[in-house]
Design a protein around this ligand. Structure first.
Ligand code: IPM
Ligand code: MN
Length: 359
């Protein structure tokens, strides 16, 4: 297979982790005889520095004309600490999601057996947890009208959803549940929000097409508690944009590190793959960032194109790195391995050169 992939490394640790994902894909290409061609482009704070625009036209055009986008991370503290900034790096990612129509963000959560002790949560609680968050990605409060009054004392962000926006992601969530444990949990705040009540009505209607899948509802405050009290109860969590953003960071605690969590953002015609972690400015350039989330995002890319054997190979290589403790400091505080070493190890396992390490 030939794939043209836009590589948007972005800010902070983005370039360091993207490099490792490229190495893994390159190795897969060699082993399975595929050609992956990467084209790099700027996005985020670095794009603002270079062009004044967090999503330059050239970057957007590239993404619209490639098979997939591999995304690093976005954000810079100089904007976080400046509420008056008119242009922000995050706008680049949001505009990209909207322009590519990436309405479904899929975030799998599953702890690795050998990392059960890395989570601050008790082993008995997280063992066997295995769920996927389906987060709506192009609607809700993220994209509603934003207002600030003239005196700068009153602000508002509109939260809006249409039946169509809810329907299309709901179908994806139910289809995914059909291939899993056949349970969808819709998370909302239907006791307060009108949008949540619409979500409930629409999701119930969609569920009629999937009689083999059970559907239940949780309020988001309770869901936040349940995710760490009893994560095994979940199979597919379906939720709107902001709730999904918050709950997926929380859920990452189950796996031991946010540096392990990958995501796929899908639309009808485009697809983007990115770690769920941010740009981690404190770690930039230190070769300490965990590349696994980025490498697993590349594996999700492979799966998206039906390259299941190839994806499995990446998952196995990552598992081996974890099993042999070839991990970064977030997972082992005494680790002597950095971003590059973990990435090298994983690509070498893919190339079946792991005997370099184990003989
Ligand atoms: C994420 C990030 C983004 C979001 C930011 C960078 C805009 O936190 O992908 O989860 O809030 O969606
Ligand atoms: Mn987030």
């Amino acid at each position: 297979m030939n794939l043209k992939i836009a590589a948007l490394a972005g800010d902070g640790i983005g370039p360091e982790v993207i490099l490792q994902a490229k190495k893994a894909l390159y190795a897969i290409g060699l082993v399975f005889d595929h050609e992956f061609v990467f084209e790099d482009a700027f996005v985020g704070a670095i794009a603002i520095d270079k062009t004044g625009n967090p999503l330059p036209e050239q970057t957007l055009n590239l993404c619209l004309n490639t098979d997939a986008v591999l995304f690093g991370a976005i954000g810079d503290p100089k904007y976080d600490n400046n509420p008056d900034a008119k242009v922000r790096p995050e706008q680049g990612l949001l505009k990209l999601r909207k322009s590519l129509g990436l309405f479904a963000n899929i975030r799998p959560i599953k702890p690795y057996a050998s990392l059960l002790n890395s989570s601050p949560l008790k082993k008995e609680i997280i063992q066997g947890a295995d769920f996927i968050i389906f987060r709506e990605l192009t609607g809700g409060v993220y994209f509603g009208e934003k207002k600030l009054n003239e005196t700068g004392t009153i602000a508002s962000d509109l939260c809006e959803y249409s039946e169509e926006e809810i329907t299309r992601i709901s179908h994806l969530a139910f289809k995914s549940a059909q291939n899993r444990r056949k349970k969808v949990t819709m998370v909302d705040k239907a006791n307060v929000l009108e949008t949540s009540r619409l979500w409930r009505r629409v999701v119930k209607k969609v569920s009629e097409d999937y009689p083999d899948v059970s559907l239940d509802f949780l309020f988001v405050d309770n869901a936040a508690m349940q995710i760490i009290l009893n994560p095994r109860q979940f199979d597919v969590i379906l939720t709107e944009n902001l709730f999904g953003d918050i709950l997926s960071d929380e859920a990452s605690v189950i796996t031991g590190s946010i540096g392990l969590l990958a995501s796929a953002s899908l639309g009808n015609t485009n697809a983007l793959f990115e770690p769920i972690h941010g740009s981690y400015p404190q770690a930039t350039g230190k070769n300490i960032a965990n590349p696994i989330a980025s490498i697993l995002s590349a594996a999700m890319l492979l799966e998206h194109f039906g390259l299941h054997k190839e994806a499995t190979k990446v998952y196995e290589a990552v598992e081996k790195a974890i099993e042999y403790n070839v991990v970064t400091v977030d997972l082992n505080k005494d680790s002597k391995f950095g971003t590059n070493e973990v990435g090298d190890f994983i690509s070498n396992v893919i190339l079946s050169k792991d005997d370099l390490y184990f003989k």
